[in-house]
Design a protein. Sequence first.
Length: 345
Amino acid sequence: MNRYDRQERVRTIGVAGQRRICASTILIAGVGALGSYTASQLVRAGVAHLILVDPDIVSTTNLQRQALFTEQDVKDQKFKVTAARDHLLAINHNVQIDIYPEALTKLHLTTLHFDLVCDCLDNFKTRDLLNKAAINQGFDFIFASCAGNFGSVMAMSPAKHPCLSCLYPNLDSLMQTDCDLIGVNTALVPLVSGLQVSLALHYLVDKTGVNFDQLITIDNWQMMQQSYKVNKDHQCPICSRHDWPLTEAPQAEQLQVLCGTQTYSVKFSAPLTLQTFSNWLTDRNVQSHQFKRFLTFRWQTYAISYFDNGKLLLYGMPTLAAATKIFNDLKQALPIAEEQEELQK
Protein backbone atom coordinates (compact mmCIF):
# COMPACT_ATOMS: atom_id res chain seq x y z
CA MET A 1 0.00 0.00 0.00
CA ASN A 2 1.17 3.52 -0.82
CA ARG A 3 0.77 5.49 2.42
CA TYR A 4 0.64 8.76 0.46
CA ASP A 5 -2.03 7.58 -1.99
CA ARG A 6 -4.72 9.99 -0.75
CA GLN A 7 -2.36 12.94 -0.97
CA GLU A 8 -1.14 11.99 -4.44
CA ARG A 9 -4.78 11.99 -5.57
CA VAL A 10 -4.89 15.73 -4.91
CA ARG A 11 -4.55 17.18 -8.40
CA THR A 12 -2.25 20.04 -7.38
CA ILE A 13 0.18 17.60 -5.72
CA GLY A 14 0.10 14.37 -7.70
CA VAL A 15 2.86 11.78 -7.88
CA ALA A 16 5.52 14.30 -8.96
CA GLY A 17 4.65 16.68 -6.13
CA GLN A 18 4.75 13.88 -3.60
CA ARG A 19 8.22 12.93 -4.79
CA ARG A 20 9.36 16.50 -4.10
CA ILE A 21 7.84 16.39 -0.63
CA CYS A 22 9.52 13.05 0.08
CA ALA A 23 12.90 14.46 -0.94
CA SER A 24 12.76 17.62 1.19
CA THR A 25 14.36 18.82 4.42
CA ILE A 26 12.63 21.29 6.72
CA LEU A 27 14.08 23.00 9.78
CA ILE A 28 11.46 23.63 12.46
CA ALA A 29 12.49 26.48 14.75
CA GLY A 30 10.65 25.94 18.01
CA VAL A 31 8.92 22.67 18.93
CA GLY A 32 6.21 24.05 21.18
CA ALA A 33 2.56 24.63 20.33
CA LEU A 34 2.91 25.38 16.63
CA GLY A 35 6.06 23.33 16.17
CA SER A 36 4.59 20.13 17.56
CA TYR A 37 1.53 20.30 15.29
CA THR A 38 3.58 21.37 12.27
CA ALA A 39 6.13 18.59 12.76
CA SER A 40 3.39 15.98 13.05
CA GLN A 41 1.64 17.10 9.86
CA LEU A 42 4.89 17.29 7.88
CA VAL A 43 5.89 13.79 8.97
CA ARG A 44 2.47 12.46 7.98
CA ALA A 45 2.74 14.27 4.64
CA GLY A 46 6.01 12.48 3.89
CA VAL A 47 8.73 15.10 4.36
CA ALA A 48 11.95 13.10 4.33
CA HIS A 49 14.05 14.98 6.86
CA LEU A 50 13.17 17.22 9.80
CA ILE A 51 15.60 19.31 11.83
CA LEU A 52 14.13 20.21 15.23
CA VAL A 53 15.61 23.08 17.25
CA ASP A 54 14.30 23.94 20.72
CA PRO A 55 16.06 24.30 24.09
CA ASP A 56 13.17 23.52 26.41
CA ILE A 57 12.03 20.53 28.46
CA VAL A 58 8.41 19.35 28.40
CA SER A 59 6.36 20.78 31.27
CA THR A 60 2.78 20.25 32.45
CA THR A 61 1.60 23.63 31.16
CA ASN A 62 2.72 22.61 27.64
CA LEU A 63 0.16 19.80 27.44
CA GLN A 64 -2.77 22.21 26.97
CA ARG A 65 -1.65 23.10 23.44
CA GLN A 66 1.45 21.08 22.43
CA ALA A 67 -0.01 18.02 20.77
CA LEU A 68 2.97 15.68 20.54
CA PHE A 69 3.73 15.53 24.25
CA THR A 70 2.37 13.40 27.09
CA GLU A 71 2.36 13.34 30.88
CA GLN A 72 5.04 10.67 30.71
CA ASP A 73 7.29 13.09 28.82
CA VAL A 74 6.83 15.53 31.70
CA LYS A 75 7.67 12.87 34.27
CA ASP A 76 10.76 11.86 32.31
CA GLN A 77 11.77 15.53 31.95
CA LYS A 78 12.48 15.01 28.28
CA PHE A 79 13.74 17.70 25.99
CA LYS A 80 10.95 18.71 23.64
CA VAL A 81 13.05 17.77 20.63
CA THR A 82 13.75 14.32 22.10
CA ALA A 83 10.11 13.64 22.96
CA ALA A 84 9.01 14.97 19.58
CA ARG A 85 11.47 12.72 17.73
CA ASP A 86 10.25 9.66 19.63
CA HIS A 87 6.60 10.34 18.88
CA LEU A 88 7.21 11.36 15.26
CA LEU A 89 9.17 8.20 14.50
CA ALA A 90 6.24 6.21 15.88
CA ILE A 91 4.10 7.94 13.25
CA ASN A 92 6.53 7.52 10.34
CA HIS A 93 9.70 5.52 10.92
CA ASN A 94 11.04 6.40 7.46
CA VAL A 95 11.65 10.04 8.36
CA GLN A 96 15.12 11.23 9.36
CA ILE A 97 14.93 13.52 12.38
CA ASP A 98 17.90 15.50 13.69
CA ILE A 99 17.49 17.21 17.04
CA TYR A 100 19.21 20.20 18.63
CA PRO A 101 18.16 20.77 22.27
CA GLU A 102 19.30 24.39 22.22
CA ALA A 103 18.13 27.83 21.21
CA LEU A 104 18.24 28.70 17.51
CA THR A 105 21.59 30.28 16.60
CA LYS A 106 23.54 31.60 13.64
CA LEU A 107 25.27 28.22 13.28
CA HIS A 108 22.01 26.36 12.68
CA LEU A 109 20.97 28.82 10.00
CA THR A 110 24.31 29.05 8.22
CA THR A 111 25.75 25.52 8.43
CA LEU A 112 22.77 23.13 8.26
CA HIS A 113 21.27 22.12 4.93
CA PHE A 114 17.51 22.58 4.54
CA ASP A 115 15.00 23.49 1.84
CA LEU A 116 12.74 25.62 4.04
CA VAL A 117 12.35 26.86 7.62
CA CYS A 118 9.08 26.74 9.51
CA ASP A 119 9.11 29.58 12.03
CA CYS A 120 7.30 28.21 15.08
CA LEU A 121 9.10 30.51 17.52
CA ASP A 122 7.53 32.33 20.45
CA ASN A 123 9.69 35.45 20.50
CA PHE A 124 10.64 38.21 18.08
CA LYS A 125 14.29 38.44 19.13
CA THR A 126 14.98 35.03 17.62
CA ARG A 127 12.68 35.82 14.71
CA ASP A 128 14.82 38.88 14.02
CA LEU A 129 17.86 36.59 13.79
CA LEU A 130 15.96 34.22 11.48
CA ASN A 131 14.81 37.11 9.29
CA LYS A 132 18.33 38.54 8.95
CA ALA A 133 19.84 35.11 8.27
CA ALA A 134 17.23 34.49 5.54
CA ILE A 135 18.22 37.80 3.92
CA ASN A 136 21.95 37.06 4.21
CA GLN A 137 21.79 33.41 3.18
CA GLY A 138 18.95 33.66 0.65
CA PHE A 139 16.63 31.02 2.13
CA ASP A 140 12.86 31.22 2.65
CA PHE A 141 10.69 30.58 5.70
CA ILE A 142 7.04 30.29 6.72
CA PHE A 143 6.22 32.71 9.53
CA ALA A 144 3.44 31.69 11.95
CA SER A 145 2.36 33.03 15.32
CA CYS A 146 -0.43 32.52 17.86
CA ALA A 147 -1.62 34.76 20.68
CA GLY A 148 -4.94 34.69 22.45
CA ASN A 149 -7.54 33.97 19.75
CA PHE A 150 -5.51 35.52 16.95
CA GLY A 151 -3.03 33.90 14.57
CA SER A 152 -0.92 35.06 11.62
CA VAL A 153 0.80 33.17 8.81
CA MET A 154 2.94 34.39 5.91
CA ALA A 155 5.34 32.82 3.44
CA MET A 156 8.51 34.90 3.44
CA SER A 157 11.31 35.20 0.91
CA PRO A 158 12.88 38.33 2.36
CA ALA A 159 15.77 38.67 -0.05
CA LYS A 160 13.29 39.75 -2.77
CA HIS A 161 9.92 40.12 -1.05
CA PRO A 162 8.74 41.75 2.21
CA CYS A 163 10.78 40.79 5.26
CA LEU A 164 9.62 40.52 8.85
CA SER A 165 10.49 44.16 9.46
CA CYS A 166 8.41 45.22 6.45
CA LEU A 167 5.50 43.28 7.96
CA TYR A 168 6.12 44.65 11.47
CA PRO A 169 7.72 48.11 11.27
CA ASN A 170 7.53 48.17 15.08
CA LEU A 171 9.71 45.06 15.36
CA ASP A 172 11.97 46.67 17.97
CA SER A 173 9.05 47.31 20.32
CA LEU A 174 7.73 43.78 19.74
CA MET A 175 11.09 42.40 20.82
CA GLN A 176 10.77 44.33 24.08
CA THR A 177 7.49 42.55 24.87
CA ASP A 178 8.62 39.02 24.03
CA CYS A 179 7.92 37.69 27.51
CA ASP A 180 4.51 39.34 27.96
CA LEU A 181 2.37 36.21 28.13
CA ILE A 182 -1.27 36.59 27.07
CA GLY A 183 -2.12 32.93 26.64
CA VAL A 184 -3.22 30.88 23.65
CA ASN A 185 -6.60 29.37 22.82
CA THR A 186 -6.05 25.62 22.49
CA ALA A 187 -8.13 25.33 19.32
CA LEU A 188 -6.27 28.16 17.56
CA VAL A 189 -2.98 26.28 17.30
CA PRO A 190 -3.94 23.52 14.83
CA LEU A 191 -5.72 26.09 12.62
CA VAL A 192 -2.60 28.25 12.32
CA SER A 193 -0.35 25.22 11.97
CA GLY A 194 -2.58 23.87 9.21
CA LEU A 195 -2.13 27.11 7.27
CA GLN A 196 1.63 27.02 7.85
CA VAL A 197 1.92 23.42 6.64
CA SER A 198 -0.32 24.16 3.65
CA LEU A 199 2.08 26.90 2.58
CA ALA A 200 5.08 24.66 3.26
CA LEU A 201 3.71 21.84 1.07
CA HIS A 202 2.79 24.32 -1.67
CA TYR A 203 6.36 25.64 -1.49
CA LEU A 204 7.88 22.16 -1.78
CA VAL A 205 5.63 21.15 -4.67
CA ASP A 206 5.59 24.43 -6.61
CA LYS A 207 7.56 27.33 -5.15
CA THR A 208 6.64 29.58 -8.06
CA GLY A 209 2.97 29.49 -7.06
CA VAL A 210 3.52 30.74 -3.49
CA ASN A 211 2.44 34.31 -2.71
CA PHE A 212 5.23 35.89 -0.67
CA ASP A 213 3.35 39.19 -0.35
CA GLN A 214 0.28 37.89 1.50
CA LEU A 215 -0.38 37.89 5.24
CA ILE A 216 -3.15 35.55 6.39
CA THR A 217 -4.81 36.23 9.76
CA ILE A 218 -7.34 34.16 11.65
CA ASP A 219 -9.55 34.89 14.66
CA ASN A 220 -10.93 31.62 15.99
CA TRP A 221 -13.30 33.33 18.43
CA GLN A 222 -15.07 35.51 15.86
CA MET A 223 -14.53 32.81 13.18
CA MET A 224 -12.92 35.23 10.76
CA GLN A 225 -10.07 34.74 8.30
CA GLN A 226 -8.62 37.60 6.28
CA SER A 227 -5.77 38.20 3.86
CA TYR A 228 -3.71 41.35 3.39
CA LYS A 229 -1.22 42.40 0.75
CA VAL A 230 2.13 43.36 2.28
CA ASN A 231 4.39 45.64 0.25
CA LYS A 232 8.17 45.49 0.43
CA ASP A 233 9.51 48.63 2.07
CA HIS A 234 12.46 49.69 -0.06
CA GLN A 235 13.58 51.92 2.83
CA CYS A 236 13.34 49.04 5.31
CA PRO A 237 16.26 49.26 7.77
CA ILE A 238 16.62 45.46 7.67
CA CYS A 239 16.14 44.09 4.14
CA SER A 240 17.61 47.13 2.40
CA ARG A 241 21.02 45.67 3.33
CA HIS A 242 22.34 42.12 3.03
CA ASP A 243 25.32 42.03 5.37
CA TRP A 244 23.73 41.87 8.81
CA PRO A 245 25.83 40.51 11.69
CA LEU A 246 23.73 37.57 12.84
CA THR A 247 24.72 37.58 16.48
CA GLU A 248 25.53 40.16 19.09
CA ALA A 249 28.20 39.56 21.70
CA PRO A 250 26.33 38.13 24.70
CA GLN A 251 26.94 39.59 28.11
CA ALA A 252 28.84 36.89 29.96
CA GLU A 253 27.12 35.20 32.89
CA GLN A 254 23.93 37.22 32.65
CA LEU A 255 20.90 35.00 33.21
CA GLN A 256 18.04 35.36 30.74
CA VAL A 257 14.63 33.69 30.87
CA LEU A 258 13.44 31.79 27.82
CA CYS A 259 10.13 33.41 27.09
CA GLY A 260 7.05 31.62 28.31
CA THR A 261 9.05 29.14 30.37
CA GLN A 262 10.68 28.66 33.73
CA THR A 263 13.98 28.03 31.98
CA TYR A 264 16.96 30.34 32.37
CA SER A 265 19.97 30.52 30.09
CA VAL A 266 23.46 31.70 31.01
CA LYS A 267 26.92 31.35 29.49
CA PHE A 268 30.15 30.93 31.45
CA SER A 269 32.79 33.54 30.70
CA ALA A 270 35.43 30.83 31.28
CA PRO A 271 33.74 27.53 30.34
CA LEU A 272 34.89 24.04 31.23
CA THR A 273 35.30 21.37 28.62
CA LEU A 274 32.45 18.89 28.44
CA GLN A 275 34.69 16.06 29.64
CA THR A 276 35.99 18.06 32.61
CA PHE A 277 32.44 18.93 33.64
CA SER A 278 31.40 15.29 33.32
CA ASN A 279 34.39 14.09 35.39
CA TRP A 280 33.64 16.70 38.04
CA LEU A 281 30.05 15.46 38.35
CA THR A 282 31.22 11.84 38.54
CA ASP A 283 33.67 12.69 41.33
CA ARG A 284 30.74 14.08 43.34
CA ASN A 285 28.49 11.10 42.60
CA VAL A 286 26.15 13.28 40.56
CA GLN A 287 24.50 11.19 37.86
CA SER A 288 24.64 12.73 34.40
CA HIS A 289 23.75 11.78 30.83
CA GLN A 290 26.26 12.84 28.21
CA PHE A 291 25.51 13.47 24.55
CA LYS A 292 27.66 14.70 21.68
CA ARG A 293 27.48 18.41 22.50
CA PHE A 294 25.94 18.60 25.96
CA LEU A 295 25.20 16.75 29.17
CA THR A 296 22.28 16.78 31.58
CA PHE A 297 22.24 16.39 35.38
CA ARG A 298 20.34 17.45 38.49
CA TRP A 299 21.65 20.00 40.99
CA GLN A 300 19.74 20.68 44.21
CA THR A 301 16.71 18.89 42.66
CA TYR A 302 16.74 21.08 39.51
CA ALA A 303 17.36 19.77 35.99
CA ILE A 304 20.32 21.43 34.26
CA SER A 305 21.98 21.08 30.86
CA TYR A 306 25.56 22.09 30.12
CA PHE A 307 26.72 22.60 26.51
CA ASP A 308 30.21 22.37 25.07
CA ASN A 309 30.15 26.11 24.29
CA GLY A 310 29.81 26.95 27.99
CA LYS A 311 26.07 27.58 27.97
CA LEU A 312 23.99 26.42 30.91
CA LEU A 313 20.21 25.91 30.89
CA LEU A 314 18.45 25.78 34.26
CA TYR A 315 14.94 24.30 34.15
CA GLY A 316 11.90 24.74 36.38
CA MET A 317 13.20 27.83 38.16
CA PRO A 318 10.39 29.67 40.00
CA THR A 319 12.13 33.07 39.87
CA LEU A 320 15.21 34.84 38.55
CA ALA A 321 16.52 35.05 42.11
CA ALA A 322 16.25 31.27 42.51
CA ALA A 323 17.98 30.68 39.19
CA THR A 324 20.75 33.12 40.11
CA LYS A 325 21.33 31.38 43.45
CA ILE A 326 21.56 27.93 41.83
CA PHE A 327 23.94 29.25 39.18
CA ASN A 328 26.17 30.99 41.73
CA ASP A 329 26.26 27.90 43.97
CA LEU A 330 27.21 25.73 41.02
CA LYS A 331 29.80 28.18 39.73
CA GLN A 332 31.50 28.43 43.14
CA ALA A 333 31.72 24.65 43.35
CA LEU A 334 33.08 24.13 39.83
CA PRO A 335 36.87 23.98 39.21
CA ILE A 336 36.73 26.74 36.58
CA ALA A 337 39.76 28.67 37.82
CA GLU A 338 41.84 25.53 38.14
CA GLU A 339 41.19 24.44 34.56
CA GLN A 340 41.98 27.90 33.22
CA GLU A 341 45.32 27.81 35.04
CA GLU A 342 46.09 24.41 33.54
CA LEU A 343 45.25 25.65 30.06
CA GLN A 344 47.51 28.66 30.49
CA LYS A 345 50.42 26.39 31.52
